[in-house]
Design a protein around this ligand. Structure first.
Ligand code: BMA
Length: 823
């Protein structure tokens, strides 16, 4: 072989066998401008136009003061982004180059070196464009021009002969909460919200891997690994799965190759509370002549999930069987953790999921008005044993169902189901949030004067989208758990009695219906997927609403503007009046509003849990916030636990004691969510607020695994001689492995005769304190810029509690409910 031929041969070999590789274009120098202007300004990718305008000091932070109003003009403008990036002669020699956009929000035109490559119209789709022919060695200009989503949506709306509620929101495949919600500002943004990559590949590459779990037993897991491979050269290849080679023949173009894979004596992935969320590492490589061309890796969790719905004498059950056992679901609803989702950090995702785990939860519902979440969210859920109820992104409106819209949704479902389905955390796919309910109950047809035909059309469109197109696309793309699709949450609106006998239920009689908290004891459905009550955010977050010195005052217009529910303040005041003395001082009002929320939610959660197995799940509305706001959340925007999150943790404990009052008795329930029977000892004492024990009793019994049982009944006449506004019932239940304590008060907080406590705080170390009191201290509130391991708790006379701090504090302030009384 002469030298030139030899080198040419080597060169071809190199090119053919070069591994696929990626280059992130997000870190290039990006610029943006209003399409009408000429001046380019620096931009950040991934990001949003609002963030870029803030960074360039063109707008003020819309989360502060009343700035939200001042930035509304942005949604009506068109925005251009561009970058210039260099391509090397080596890069251009790759046989294939793709430009991948993981998320563009929303209506854009993509130009490379002046040539229009694609028009996009869906924030939730991934766009992959072959660009080998369009690239050149040296500088390349990439431009993305965004059209106003509001104006584009308005054009779509004109084509429909009737008015769609909240038009033009539902015409645009874009995060719906950006249009404003009863907990969120209106910030309809635009931009490159996920990263952009160049992918170089030669010969063949993995497109996608889906793991089908065919059979799972304690002895073995039979899997089928579905690989989709794109090849531009046919031939013999090898797919190596965890060091095990498999010879395959690929044709030019798309290839679907299924490879059986077995794991002996598998370790199961268990939800939080039942054991370890065990994950296997799976590594795949695609090889030709022993040279690797393409890699994929994933974490595998082996578990079974079934949704069981069986007719019974009261209606139909609704519960999840996980690894063969009924799992009582405890958890919450998730909204996007920021109005500007690209700035949600991995740490923030990890922390919010860890906070859910720490509060004894095992499921989170991703609500349909937000986004299909970032990979990090699902990773954190996989690792922490948190199941995910995944809504598709449709919420609280009517949606069109013309062919273009349906095709767009099909592609969206395909992209998201292919991205997410390997996560063991995903338990259920749900069509939408409250759309069935909106069509049936919210009266839009009357409000917008629909004809009979218009109404029929709305229902037809609904059926097409949520009973046909979405479930069918889901089925085509899922490998395992094909049956878990639920068209709408809730399945039946809360005004109908069937909402409590079958399906999942959003119970809003409390808050929206202004019924008393105690009604929660009666309105227990089979699976409560939403219910909630608002509370103020912590003081740190309230202060963050101001750009300057905070004016913490209930009449302050900034404070008022950070409540998005039209009647929010009124409803909080009304409920507060029922149960508490209403303070006028801001700090005390803030504290009591949090207690009020925690109290309402405690009543709800305990009523649900006492009712198992009739009720098999409770997901409160809502875990988190997207900005500093008064809302239903248990954790505020800055990540601080409100009183309710501490309460949720207590109410979700695996062994719970709950007291239900009847006309004649106090019934003590024990709830055991574990998979083992417990031998329990219980001790009860009636204690007055000065610490004197007035009455006592005890019992021993067996508490079955996975059950709620009425354990004891105390006749009211036992207590008739005591002043119950000055006493508390202390119940302690213990077994070998677990202990649980409950303090039950007989009266509403405002009717308790609370003595003035002397609360003492002793510093044990920079991050540990011991807190004690002489007489009963109700709802002890530790104030300071740190996370306390416990807060907003009751402390019995002459007892103490050790509390850890995440950060040392010079000074800790403390108050209790006594401080809010008008003595
Ligand atoms: C529920 C949710 C949200 C809303 C919440 C509180 O029904 O689905 O749309 O924010 O109520 O009103």
């Amino acid at each position: 072989m002469n030298k030139t031929i030899f080198f040419a041969f080597l060169f071809i070999q190199n090119v053919i066998f070069a591994q696929s590789s990626e280059r992130d274009l997000s870190s290039e120098n990006w610029q943006f401008k209003n399409s009408k202007d000429n001046k380019w300004l620096p931009a950040r990718v991934p990001g949003t136009v609002h963030q870029d305008l803030m960074n360039n000091k063109i707008i003020q932070d819309p989360f502060k003061d009343e700035n939200e109003k001042k930035v509304q003009w942005i949604e009506n403008e068109d925005w251009d982004y561009q970058t210039s990036f260099t391509i090397s002669s080596k890069e251009v020699k790759n046989e294939n180059v793709n430009l991948i956009f993981n998320g563009l929000d929303t209506f854009s035109e993509i130009y490379l070196n002046g040539k229009l490559l694609k028009k996009t119209d869906n924030m939730f789709r991934i766009w992959e464009i072959p660009v080998k022919q369009n690239l050149k060695v040296g500088d390349n200009l990439l431009q993305i021009k965004f059209k106003s989503a509001v104006n584009t949506g308005k054009e779509f709306a004109k084509k429909v002969p009737f008015t769609m509620p909240e038009s033009p929101r539902s015409f645009v495949r874009k995060a719906q909460y950006q249009f404003g919600w009863d907990w969120g500002p209106r910030l309809v943004t635009a931009g490159i919200w996920k990263n952009i990559k160049l992918e170089f590949w030669n010969n063949a590459k993995f497109d996608n891997i889906k793991v089908e779990q065919k059979n799972l037993s304690t002895k073995r897991a039979d899997l089928n690994i579905h690989t989709s491979i794109l090849a531009d050269r046919e031939g013999k290849y090898t797919i190596v799965i965890n060091d095990k080679p498999n010879q395959v023949q690929l044709k030019k173009g798309q290839n679907q190759i299924d490879i059986p894979f077995t794991i002996q004596n598998p370790k199961l992935w268990q939800p939080n509370g039942w054991g370890e969320a065990y994950l296997y590492d799976m590594k795949l490589s695609l090889q030709k002549d022993s040279k690797a061309l393409s890699y994929k890796s994933l974490k595998l969790g082996l578990r079974t999930v079934e949704l069981v719905q069986q007719k019974d004498e009261k209606g139909k059950s609704f519960y999840f069987k996980v690894n063969g056992n009924p799992l009582y679901i405890k958890g919450t609803n998730w909204i996007p953790a920021d109005s500007f989702s690209p700035r949600i950090t991995k740490e923030k995702y990890q922390k919010l999921i860890k906070d859910s785990k720490d509060a004894n939860m095992n499921m989170i519902r991703i609500w349909g008005g937000g986004i299909y979440e970032d990979d990090e969210f699902y990773k954190a859920c996989d690792e922490n044993g948190i199941l995910v109820w995944q809504d598709f992104m449709f919420a609280g409106s009517f949606y069109p169902a013309d062919e273009t819209f349906l095709n767009n949704v099909k592609e969206e479902v395909k992209d998201q189901v292919n991205r997410l389905q390997n996560h063991p955390s995903i338990a259920l796919w749900c069509g939408n949030n409250e759309i069935d309910e909106a069509i049936v109950n919210w009266g839009y047809q009357k409000q917008f004067k629909y004809s009979k035909n218009d109404s029929i059309q709305v229902w037809k469109d609904y059926k097409k989208l949520f009973h046909d197109v979405i479930p069918n696309t889901l089925k085509e793309n899922l490998t395992t758990d094909k049956n878990i699709y639920w068209p709408s949450s809730p399945s039946i609106g809360w005004g109908h009695k069937e909402s409590l006998t079958e399906g999942d239920s959003h119970y809003w009689g409390v808050w929206w219906g202004e019924q008393p908290f105690e009604i929660y004891n009666e309105k227990v459905g089979r699976f409560m997927s939403e219910y909630g009550f608002q509370g103020m955010p912590t003081l740190e977050t309230a202060k963050s609403m101001f750009s300057g010195t905070p004016d913490l005052n209930l009449q302050n217009t900034t404070i008022k503007a950070h409540e998005k529910h039209g009647r929010g303040w009124e409803i909080i005041n009304e409920y507060m009046k029922r149960d508490y003395q209403t303070p006028t001082d801001f700090i005390k009002y803030n504290y009591v509003s949090q207690l009020l929320q925690a109290r309402g939610m405690q009543i709800a959660i305990e009523a649900h849990r006492r009712s198992r197995p009739y009720n098999m799940g409770t997901l409160y509305w809502q875990l988190n916030d997207c900005w500093p706001v008064v809302s239903w959340s248990s954790i505020d925007y800055l990540g601080n636990w409100k009183a309710f999150h501490y309460q949720a943790k207590r109410s979700f404990e695996p062994l719970l004691i709950s007291v239900s009052e009847t006309t004649e008795s106090y019934d003590i329930y024990c709830i055991n969510d574990l998979l083992e029977d417990l031998q329990i000892d219980s001790k009860m004492e009636l204690v007055d607020f000065d610490g004197k024990v007035l009455w006592g009793a005890g019992a021993t019994s067996k508490l079955l695994a996975n059950s709620a049982e009425k354990h004891l009944e105390i006749k009211k006449e036992n207590f008739s001689k005591f002043d119950l506004s000055k006493t508390v019932l202390k119940i302690v239940v213990g077994s070998n492995s677990l202990k649980s304590e409950k303090l039950f008060f007989f009266k509403k907080p405002k009717d308790l005769k609370l003595p003035q406590p002397t609360i003492t705080i002793k510093k044990l170390s920079p991050t540990e304190i011991e807190i004690s009191t002489d007489v009963l201290a109700k709802d002890v509130y530790l104030i300071g810029d740190t996370h306390f391991s416990d807060n907003f708790f009751d402390l019995l006379p002459n007892t103490s509690r050790k509390i850890n701090l995440t950060k040392p504090l010079e000074k800790i302030e403390v108050m209790s409910l006594w401080n809010t009384l008008k003595n």
